[in-house]
Design a protein around this ligand. Structure first.
Ligand SMILES: [Zn+2]
Length: 74
């Protein structure tokens, strides 16, 4: 038996190479423009962890405010 590369293996190797090529070591946060190697992708926006947490907190507050307004009148 010869060890022939299967189509699947070839694809996977190609894909791994492509991914390694595509993925830069760091990305720039779209909010604070800091170069980070770990980031969150929020609907196409690149956010560093700090900005992500800040956004999350802000959204949480907004949601609470809205809920408070909507639920008012009792
Ligand atoms: Zn940031």
């Amino acid at each position: 038996m010869t060890e022939e590369e299967t189509e699947e293996e070839r694809r996977r190797r190609w894909w791994e190479r492509e991914v390694a090529k595509e993925r830069p070591k760091t990305v720039k946060c779209s909010k604070c423009a800091k170069d980070v190697d770990e980031f969150m992708d929020i609907s196409g926006r690149i956010l560093c962890i700090d900005c992500y947490i800040a956004e999350e907190e802000k959204e949480g507050r907004d949601a609470l405010d809205m809920a408070g307004e909507a639920g008012g009148g009792g």
